[in-house]
Design a protein around this ligand. Structure first.
Ligand SMILES: Cc1cc2nc3c(=O)[nH]c(=O)nc-3n(C[C@H](O)[C@H](O)[C@H](O)COP(=O)(O)OP(=O)(O)OC[C@H]3O[C@@H](n4cnc5c(N)ncnc54)[C@H](O)[C@@H]3O)c2cc1C
Ligand code: SF4
Length: 455
């Protein structure tokens, strides 16, 4: 927890200047830029950008609408498939999805159409007189959703559209999941996560109850008994451990805990900032952490990964962001020992160099030390087991440490569905969670209607 850093100094920069370090990483397009960019699209037949979109957005059509100055039409097309299309436009790794397959990469310009920025343009500039989607006639069914992250919110919105009522039970004080508490501050600015939640609630029929924790003041068997169906969108709340002595020492913490505090702080200058920080990991969370702590004023930020650059899950685009922010990246080294000072606080880390022996990663025996006051772990998240310990939850089938589901996001327990990061299929991306929620809602609707007709 971030309290373990309370002995560290605060940033020397005034809060307004610090806030300026967390403005939009990719500034939005102007009207003129959007017109030029949309004109670059070839409106390909069977467009590869649409085929690869995890939330099935018809990319070519919305870009055509922007080109024709039909901004509401463009936004409605995006939001019909992905009600969190505004945040996905900001956080999607388009460089490995739609923009990677854009045919414009292969012509003389050698640059994809800026699909993410165009999507943002459409959603940000749409003006709807009322919520753009109508609810179907009331079905009289009420569905419980646990978790108000992208998966839970998307499921709720689609269920509301289909005429069901929804109650979302959320552990935290605010809805939004990692959009509110996890995404890098410079990717989702200006309280966008809360604005998006407010927008989707406008459809009606969705109630959010915060500070309701499955496994604490809520049990799955009670939800199952009281509601017509239950959807679990729990995300991955537990941070993996390094498994080293000193793991709980002041100065060593999960990157997600610091990022959550950073995202929630009204005044960034109130946060503790180390002079030297080590970040351990190779995914986007590790890069986000390293870049954000550098922007907070840390003078020396070292990201360490046990394999090579090519094996990093962070995209090349994210790696470039780290380099542009003076993050030192060390590869082929694994944590061996947490170094502590005389008071038991973090003073650095000893690493062992690694190499591949066949397909196996092995230590070479050669070590080196990196001095730092703080070590941030970004080595992955797993399902928080406390949520699923009542007798009914214990019956949920697992696949590894995630919940096993079928193609309709049904768990092995009838009437209980799950989606987003807490289930097995797909990558852990916001857009993927939105799609899971949407597909689970369709399966819930189908199963409820089928049950009524069969009765
Ligand atoms: C630091 C970080 C940065 C990321 N950056 C990106 C990015 O740039 N682009 C991208 O596409 N993806 C990114 N991701 C991944 C993305 O955020 C997730 O894939 C997405 O949020 C998953 O949505 P979800 O709804 O499944 O889970 P979450 O967003 O984790 O939401 C789960 C919700 O369930 C609630 N909950 C959990 N347990 C309980 C309980 N027991 N009772 C009640 N409520 C509970 C949580 O409080 C939370 O609100 C990032 C992830 C992290 C950790
Ligand atoms: S692949 Fe590129 S050019 Fe073709 S429709 Fe998609 S965005 Fe337009």
């Amino acid at each position: 927890m971030i309290e373990s850093l309370s002995y560290l100094p605060h940033p020397t920069l005034p809060s307004e200047e610090l806030a300026g370090h967390f403005t939009d990483l990719a500034p939005p397009l102007t009207a003129r830029q959007a017109a030029i960019e949309s004109a670059r699209c070839l409106y390909c037949y069977d467009a590869p950008c649409s085929r690869i979109c995890p939330s099935e957005i018809d990319v070519a059509s919305f870009i055509r609408n922007i080109h024709d100055k039909n901004i509401n039409g463009a936004a409605a097309g995006i939001l019909k498939q992905n009600i969190l299309g505004g945040s996905c436009a900001r956080v999607c790794p388009t460089e490995i999805l739609c923009e990677d397959v854009c045919v414009r990469n292969h012509d003389a310009e050698g640059q994809p159409v800026k699909i993410g920025l165009l999507q943002r343009y459409a959603v940000d500039h749409a003006h709807f007189a009322a919520h753009p989607f109508k609810r179907a006639a009331a079905t009289g069914k009420t569905i419980a959703i646990v978790g108000a992250g992208p998966a839970g919110l998307s499921c709720a919105h689609r269920l509301a559209m289909l005429g069901h009522d929804v109650v979302i039970f959320e552990k935290e004080d605010k809805a939004g999941g990692l959009n509110e508490y996890g995404i890098a501050k410079y990717k989702l600015t200006d309280d966008f996560a809360q604005k998006e939640v407010a927008f989707l609630l406008d459809i009606g029929g969705i109630e959010i109850r915060c500070r309701q924790v499955l496994g604490e003041n809520l049990q799955l068997r009670d939800l199952h008994a009281q509601y017509d169906a239950v959807f679990l969108g729990l995300g991955l709340g537990a941070s993996r451990k390094l498994g080293l002595t000193g793991e709980d020492a002041p100065g060593l913490l999960a990157a997600v805990d610091y990022i959550a505090a950073l995202r929630q702080a009204d005044d960034l200058s109130s946060l503790p900032v180390p002079k030297r920080a080590i970040v351990i990991g190779a995914g986007n969370t590790a890069i986000d952490m390293a870049v954000q702590i550098q922007r907070m004023g840390a003078e020396e930020v070292t990201l360490v990964y046990r394999r090579g650059f090519d094996a990093m899950t962070a995209t090349h685009h994210e790696q470039d962001i780290a380099k542009a922010n003076q993050v030192r990246m060390l590869t082929w080294a694994q944590p061996q020992q947490v170094l502590l000072d005389a008071e038991g606080k973090v003073a650095g880390m000893r690493f062992e160099k690694t190499r591949l022996e066949g397909a196996r990663l092995a230590g070479t025996g050669e070590t080196f030390d990196v001095a730092a006051e703080t070590i941030f772990k970004a080595i992955g998240q797993s399902l928080a087991s406390d949520a699923l310990h009542d007798p009914m939850a214990a019956l949920l089938k697992r696949d590894g440490d995630k919940i096993a589901v079928d193609a309709g996001f049904r768990t092995v327990l009838p009437g209980i569905y799950a989606g987003g990061d807490c289930v097995v299929p797909g990558q852990d991306l916001t857009v993927q969670a939105v799609q899971h929620g949407k597909l689970a809602a369709l399966a819930i609707h189908h199963d409820l209607i089928f049950k009524v007709e069969a009765a």
